[in-house]
Design a protein around this ligand. Structure first.
Ligand SMILES: NC(=O)c1ccc[n+]([C@@H]2O[C@H](COP(=O)([O-])OP(=O)(O)OC[C@H]3O[C@@H](n4cnc5c(N)ncnc54)[C@H](O)[C@@H]3O)[C@@H](O)[C@H]2O)c1
Ligand SMILES: [Zn+2]
Length: 392
């Protein structure tokens, strides 16, 4: 008899899957003559499709549903049948309630979509995360075309490959990675966006400039007045630059599915995620990110990693855009006298797995991961952002 310990066989092979990631930039995707969406289907036409639309868009664009409907009717030869347009709630609400995922699965089933069909998701980053999750799990993955409609989703999350919903009181606790068939950034959606919502994406654009490209940060500084006024061409350039840097990182960093422990695009995010959670999501993501950036640059300066000049340049730009750099939840303590936001460090590590890796700036345009945080110097950073906030 062969002893179980001596019986060993192994099969190994590298599985290489080539997938293309594509982002189109356009104006007025659903205007009669715009064919960007048709190009996205490549030569698979006629296709079966279902449109899932962020309901809140209709407040700003009441004719949107009719416009989309007319566009499909004008291009009906590219579709098996005119796609249904279904409205869903936008914002964090869709990620907080599992019933919406089941609802989307229900629609997919009812419309008899298969793995060759398309879901066209039009909405903010929250809708994108939830619909992306439902689409990538139904039939083990239905093709999805993302049409992000907020500044944040066009500049950052929408061009990514992550999906997620909130569970167990934690953000994105359930989710997966899947590459959309393509992403279409249409600047028309940003034309009527309120400044507060616009700034959410601006925070991510500043973030990515800080870790990746000094000249993009300088460009933002130079165009800060036009950006604040949301001038169309400048906004288009801001989105393009930010999306390109996020896109480049995903495609070329060698870790698109975040298997390693390093996550530079989450610069300023360890405290941001925790702040969103402590405030029961009363603090929105962009606001939390600007606080997170402010805290981390003050900390990087305190430990001698970042120069005072760079620190002040960044803080001044954030202040110019009227970002808040402090929130009282930074000073919440639990019953054991521990600062609650600090738990975000361990939660950040746990979410990524492996060793703690917090991205910090060494100068504008470059970053380094640190694997330990000096809690005393971090507390100093919290005090500093509070002082700046009180002076503002
Ligand atoms: N998957 C990722 O890689 C990733 C990365 C960063 C952030 N995110 C997630 O993205 C979400 C935030 O996304 P968001 O900032 O796009 O906000 P959002 O999707 O929550 O939308 C905010 C509000 O704006 C509305 N809205 C959408 N488009 C609009 C428009 N053109 N004009 C006016 N209102 C509009 C929405 O309906 C909602 O009420 C968070 O849940 C965050 O966790 C995901
Ligand atoms: Zn973010």
């Amino acid at each position: 008899m062969i002893h179980p310990k001596t019986f060993q066989k192994k099969l190994t092979e590298k599985i290489q899957i080539e997938q293309e990631h594509k982002v189109f930039f356009t104006r007025s995707l659903f205007s009669k003559e715009n064919e960007t969406l048709l190009n996205a289907f490549e030569d698979n036409r006629p296709v079966k499709a279902l449109v899932l639309l962020d309901r809140n868009l209709l407040t700003f664009m009441p004719k949107l549903e009719n416009t989309i409907q007319s566009w499909f009717e004008n291009h009906n030869d590219s579709f098996v049948s005119i796609p249904k347009i279904l409205e869903l709630p936008g914002g964090e609400a869709i990620k907080n309630d599992w019933r919406y995922i089941e609802k989307i699965w229900g629609h997919i089933e009812k419309e008899h979509l298969c793995r060759h069909s398309y879901i066209i998701a039009i909405g903010g980053g929250s809708l994108m995360d939830a619909v992306g999750f439902a689409a990538s799990t139904a039939h083990r993955g239905i093709r999805i075309i993302r049409v992000p409609t907020t500044c944040l989703a066009q500049a950052d999350s929408g061009v990514g490959v992550k999906n997620g919903v909130n569970r167990l009181g934690k953000k994105n606790w359930i989710g997966n990675f899947s590459i959309p068939k393509c992403v279409i950034n249409d600047s028309h959606f940003l034309e009527h966006i309120p400044y507060a919502l616009f700034r959410e994406g601006l925070a991510e654009a500043i973030k990515v400039s800080l870790i990746k490209k000094e000249c993009f940060f300088s460009w933002i500084e130079k165009n800060k007045e036009a950006i604040k006024l949301q001038k169309k061409e400048v906004v288009e350039e801001l989105i393009y630059q930010s999306a390109s840097l996020h896109f480049d990182h995903i495609c070329n960093s060698g870790d698109p599915f975040e298997i390693g422990s390093s996550r530079p695009l989450d610069f300023g995010h360890w405290s941001a995620h925790k702040l969103e959670q402590i405030s029961s999501f009363a603090i929105n993501h962009g606001e939390a990110v600007s606080i997170g950036i402010a805290v981390d640059i003050c900390y990087a300066h305190n430990i001698g990693m970042l120069s005072e000049i760079d620190k002040n340049r960044i803080l001044n730009l954030l202040i110019h855009f009227e970002f808040t750099l402090y929130n009282e939840h930074l000073d919440d303590y639990d019953t054991n006298g521990k600062r609650v936001v600090i738990e975000g460090i361990e939660e950040f590590r746990e979410h990524l797995g492996g060793e703690l890796s917090i991205p910090l700036l060494t100068q504008i345009g470059s970053m380094k991961n640190v694997h330990k945080i000096d809690k005393f110097k971090m507390a100093q950073a919290f005090r500093e952002v509070k002082e700046i906030h009180l002076k503002q």
